[in-house]
Design a protein around this ligand. Structure first.
Ligand code: TA6
Length: 313
C-alpha cells in the first residue's frame, strides 16, 4: 500500500473479472478500469478524470500527456476528459476571501469518492461523487453534490449531474474538456458546427459565424453557442470518424494550442498539438446554468467511433 488506498484490497473487495479493476494512479488516488465486450476505459478518482478510452479493434480515442502519471496535487491532469466545474475558463469573480481563482474550476483537482459500480450484459459503469467541503467553500460558496457516471459499452458515456444542496440558487458554467487523439492535426476536420456563431478567443472577436467544417492550421480556441446537436471529428489519415453526441449542453468548445502556446505548456511535449484536438461538451460564456435550491442539472456526453475511407487514397 503506497498512498491512502490499499489497491490490492480494493481489487479483492470490488473487482469483477473482465469488468472492473483498480490500479495505482496520479496523486495517490486509485484509477478504476472499466471493461465490456466493446471496449475499455479508465477513470481516476483524482479529478473524476477519464484517462483513456479504447474500443476493441480501434486506435485509442483519447489523448493523454506522457506526464499525466506524475501529476501533482493542485494541478489538473493533462489530457483525457478534465471536468471543468463550477466554472469554465476564467472564473470572472474572486474567491470569498478575494483571492484569485484557478481556470476551469476546482473539480478537476479534487479527490473524488467512488459511489458505486454496476454492470450488466451491455455495459459497465462507475459513479463518482464530489461534495462541497471547507476547501471548496473557500473558493466558491455553493453547497453541492456532483456525480459523474462513466459508462463503457458500445459507446463511452459520461453523465455529469449537479445537485444544488443549498438554500439559494447558484449558477455554473461547465465542460467535459475532451482531448481527442488524432494521427495528425493537419488531416482532421470537425463537422456539425456549420453556420453556428462562436467567440474567437484567439482574435478576441465576439461573434463569428462558422462556415463549413473546422480545420486546423494555427492556434484555435472557440466557444460555439446554441449547439445542442452532435458533431463529428473526421480523421482521414487515421480512417476514423468520432461521433460526439450530448444532452444538457448548449456550448461546444474547439481548441488546439498549436506551436507557440504548446511551448508554454510544461505538462506535455512541445509537439503534442499535432496529436490531439479538444472538442468540449460545455455550458460556457453566456450559456450559464442557474440551478435553484434543491434543483439539479445533468449534462451528458456520448462518444463512439467508426471507420471511414481514407479520402486521400
Ligand atoms: O478549452 C480551451 C481552453 O479554455 C484554452 O483557452 C486553454 O486554456 C485550455 O482550455 C486548457 O486550459 P488548462 O487550464 O487545462 O491549461
Amino acid at each position: 500500500m503506497t498512498g491512502k488506498y490499499d489497491i490490492a484490497k480494493l481489487n479483492r473487495d470490488y473487482a469483477v473479472k473482465g469488468r472492473i479493476a483498480f490500479r495505482e494512479g496520479p496523486c495517490d488516488e486509485p484509477v478504476i478500469v472499466l471493461a465490456e465486450n466493446h471496449g475499455a476505459c479508465e477513470v481516476s478518482l483524482y479529478g473524476g478524470h477519464v484517462l483513456s478510452y479504447r474500443p476493441v479493434g480501434y486506435f485509442p480515442v483519447l489523448w493523454l500527456s506522457p506526464s499525466a502519471a506524475e501529476c501533482r496535487q493542485g494541478k489538473a491532469i493533462r489530457g483525457g476528459i478534465p471536468v471543468c466545474w463550477p466554472w469554465f475558463g476564467a472564473a470572472g469573480f474572486t474567491a470569498p476571501d478575494g483571492s484569485a481563482l484557478p481556470a476551469h474550476g476546482f473539480a478537476r483537482t479534487q479527490a473524488w469518492n467512488l459511489l458505486r459500480t454496476d454492470y450488466d450484459s451491455y455495459s459497465t459503469s462507475a459513479t463518482l461523487l464530489l461534495t462541497d467541503s471547507p476547501e471548496t467553500r473557500a473558493l466558491w460558496p455553493g453547497k453541492f453534490r456532483l456525480e459523474l457516471k462513466v459508462t463503457i459499452g458500445a459507446n463511452l458515456t459520461l453523465e455529469l449531474k449537479t445537485f444544488n444542496e443549498g438554500t439559494s440558487d447558484f449558477e455554473i458554467t461547465e465542460a467535459l474538456h475532451t482531448y481527442f487523439r488524432v494521427k495528425d492535426i493537419g488531416g482532421v476536420a470537425v463537422a456539425g458546427l456549420d453556420s453556428r456563431e462562436y467567440i474567437d478567443k484567439v482574435s478576441g472577436a465576439e461573434s463569428v459565424r462558422q462556415s463549413g467544417d473546422i480545420t486546423f492550421s494555427s492556434e484555435t480556441d472557440r466557444i460555439y453557442s446554441d449547439t445542442s446537436e452532435k458533431c463529428f471529428l473526421n480523421d482521414t489519415s487515421l480512417g476514423r470518424r468520432i461521433e460526439i453526441a450530448k444532452s444538457g449542453s448548449s456550448s461546444t468548445v474547439v481548441w488546439n494550442p498549436w506551436i507557440e502556446k504548446s511551448k508554454t505548456m510544461k505538462d506535455m511535449p512541445e509537439d503534442s498539438y499535432k496529436s490531439f484536438v479538444c472538442v468540449e461538451t460545455a455550458n460556457a460564456a453566456a450559456e450559464k446554468i442557474v440551478i435553484p435550491a434543491g434543483g439539479t442539472h445533468t449534462m451528458t456526453l456520448s462518444i463512439s467511433s467508426s471507420f471511414i475511407e481514407d479520402s486521400r487514397k
